[in-house]
Each structure stands twice: as C-alpha cells, then as structure tokens.
Design a protein around this ligand. Structure first.
Ligand SMILES: [Zn+2]
Length: 87
C-alpha cells in the first residue's frame, strides 16, 4: 500500500489521523492499515506538519477553511490551528 492508497483508505473508512502514529477510532483499523501507517510515518508526519488537506481531520466541516498554498497544495487552516494548540 503506498501513501496515496493509505490516505484513500483512511478517508473511505472515516478514520482520523491524530498523529503520524495514532489513528482514531483505533478499533476500526486493520492490521494492514496499521502496517501502512508505520511504513509511511515520515510521509504522514510531513503532511500533518503542513496541515495538508490530505490528512484533514474533518473534510466535511473544515472545507471552508482550506486554503490554496501554491504548487497544487492545499492547507487546512482549521487543522493547523488545532495542531498548534495541542503541540
Ligand atoms: Zn481540517
């Protein structure tokens, strides 16, 4: 499973990435997903640091906070704010 496939799986299963190592709700995710998360930890970490919409915690509710940052990248300013508050 590559990183894009993993992100798609997370979206389809409505799983939320809490950190590059933790997913919520955890009982819903399979061993295969857990392995993919471990394997792509660094990639996920980068996406989370940028608050990329790829890892947006709530795509339906946050869509209005998405901002284009150039280079075909979109940032979720709401996730960005939430992340800066918890870290
Ligand atoms: Zn978001």
């Amino acid at each position: 499973m590559n990183l894009d496939e993993l992100l798609l799986q997370l979206r389809q299963r409505r799983l939320i990435l809490i950190s590059e190592q933790e997913i919520w709700p955890s009982p819903c995710y399979t061993r295969e997903l857990a392995r993919a998360v471990r394997r792509h930890r660094q990639g996920l970490q980068v996406l989370m640091k940028w608050a990329s919409i790829e890892v947006c915690a709530s795509r339906d509710n946050h869509r209005q906070y998405w901002r284009y940052t150039g280079g075909q990248c979109y940032t979720c300013t709401m996730c960005q704010r939430l992340l800066s508050e918890v870290s």
